[in-house]
Design a protein around this ligand. Structure first.
Ligand code: SF4
Length: 496
């Protein structure tokens, strides 16, 4: 074990960063100002990981904590860990080890005779290859520090756990030994350690071009910097383009207009390319008419919003289950009638689902097709509600049987405008069809933000702030459903 602990060269997270891309490792160290701002979605993943890490400590209660929040430095955490080991502590949280300039932090270590068991907590629902690499780095450094590791585990979320009352920690988490796979990776990790240290000694950033590694296994936070030569809409945006985009890029083709005619594209990609180059709308009037024949009044227009969390918030729900907390519903008797509006938004205190399903069943009692946008989501949520509240299952099944998907003509490119930019998401389709109904004027402009705002609302006491958030949520979900009416009217006009 190091007796003096100089500042480390690599931490486990920078090591992992370097495994994904050496340039990212270099820029992170020497040009951190070029990093993209952390998007809310990624921050939510970090927060979830942190929450899971803290809860998992309860699997081995009463441990000595060396966490960064206490020590404020990796080096101090490492020294504190050493002190606790020497004092004979049996359980240590956030145990830090440093060897040859590499610092790692083990979430939980537990004494087992003269050896130790190491537990690495993840908020995922299975063990991934990336996590094997992650734990292999831990093992590499901790064993170099002279610690005898009996076993090393990944602790992850059991997505089959159903909450009933207080969280049962032993049910919420699953534990899997990864020691054999970690040992297999030791020479790879040793080799990579040398390579990555060389990168950090270099005077210039490695000459690495953009590639699939920019988003695998994670979205790199230097995309804004490295991808700035790629226009907002390019070959990378064509639908289902996959690896072919990089093949084109390597041939010097970035702009859609430069794709040679002999490059084989799918029908949808040809529509997107032609529409973009010629600035034309492409409408398959026959296909559109056939679709519209299936849409019969009276019509409902329905949209759900949901929240998801690693640790189930409500009884009778599972980790990462999409729990519906809001809907907006319009009803139109016929083509020319004024739509009636119905909506539900949970109060942020009780489980929203029982009241929501009761009200939804009343609001959709009259006969009529129920139009949604992306039926997989709404049907999926309704099926879960039927399974979690079986007393409503027959009525819910009846509503499901009336659902039709307004996304179909866009997904099948029966109706395409250049402004849709290869997407058939409601957020792209609605403003392309009628710019008056974009989302720019709203405080909440996407489902991810709606979820995090509802979660925020659950903890709020300030009534003014609560009503502000509620108003924003109602406006957002209402825009999605009113937007569906606008879209249908446009399709009806354009199919003539
Ligand atoms: S954006 Fe891509 S090329 Fe640039 S640092 Fe990140 S992974 Fe490397």
């Amino acid at each position: 074990m190091d007796t003096i602990l100089p500042f480390h060269t690599l931490s486990k997270s920078t090591f992992i960063r370097g495994l994904q891309c050496r340039k990212s490792l270099y820029l992170n160290k020497f040009n951190p100002e070029l990093r993209d701002a952390i998007p809310a979605s990624r921050q939510a993943i970090f927060d979830t990981g942190h929450e899971a890490g803290e809860l998992a400590q309860e699997l081995f209660p009463g441990g000595a904590d060396c966490g960064f929040e206490i020590t404020k430095s990796g080096q101090k955490s490492a020294m504190m860990t050493r002190k606790y080991i020497e004092e004979g502590k049996e359980v240590i949280y956030e145990a830090a080890f440093q060897s040859d300039g590499v610092l790692v932090i083990a979430d939980i270590m537990v004494k087992s005779g003269n050896k130790w068991k190491i537990y690495e907590v993840k908020s995922s629902t299975s063990v991934s290859d990336y996590q094997i690499c992650d734990t292999a780095i831990q093992y590499h450094v901790i064993t170099k520090c002279g610690i005898d590791i009996e076993d090393i585990f990944v602790v992850f979320i059991n997505n089959q756990y159903v909450r009933k009352g207080d969280i049962e920690i032993n049910q919420l988490f699953k534990t899997e030994s990864v020691k054999d796979r970690v040992i297999e990776n030791q020479s790879f990790i040793g080799q990579k350690e040398k390579e990555l240290k060389e990168v950090l000694k270099s005077k210039t950033a490695p000459d690495i071009d953009i590639g699939p590694h920019c988003t695998n296994p994670y979205d790199c936070d230097f995309i804004g910097h490295c991808w700035k030569h790629i226009p907002e809409y390019s070959v990378f945006d064509l639908s289902r383009i996959g690896k072919k985009a990089f093949e084109l890029y390597k041939q010097g083709v970035i702009n859609i207009k430069d794709i040679p005619d002999d490059v084989k594209l799918s029908t949808n990609q040809i529509i997107e390319k032609t529409s973009f180059i010629d600035r034309i709308n492409i409408i398959d009037k026959g296909g559109l008419k056939d679709f519209l024949k299936t849409v019969k009044y009276p019509l409902y227009f329905l949209d759900f919003e949901s929240i998801q969390s690693a640790v189930p918030i409500y009884d009778n729900s599972r980790p990462y289950q999409q729990v519906v907390f809001q809907y907006s519903l319009y009803y139109k008797e016929d083509k020319i009638s004024k739509p009636g509006h119905y909506e539900f938004l949970g109060d942020g205190k009780a489980d929203p689902r029982p009241a929501l399903i009761k009200q939804l069943l009343v609001d959709t009692k009259r006969p009529g097709m129920i139009l949604v946008y992306n039926q997989g989501f709404e049907i999926g949520r309704l099926k879960e509600l039927a399974s979690d509240f079986p007393e409503y299952s027959d009525e819910i099944a009846e509503r499901i049987s009336r659902i039709a998907d307004l996304m179909t003509p866009f997904q099948n490119r029966l109706y395409y405008k250049p402004e849709m930019r290869s997407s058939h998401s409601l957020k792209k389709v609605l403003p392309a069809i009628n710019p008056k109904y974009g989302y720019d004027d709203l405080e909440i402009q996407g489902g991810g933000v709606a979820s995090s705002e509802f979660i925020r609302l659950m903890a709020l006491k300030d009534e003014k702030e609560i009503s502000r958030i509620r108003k924003n949520l109602l406006e957002y979900c209402g825009r999605d459903t009113y937007g569906m009416i606008v879209i249908l009217e446009e399709l009806e006009r354009d199919s003539r």
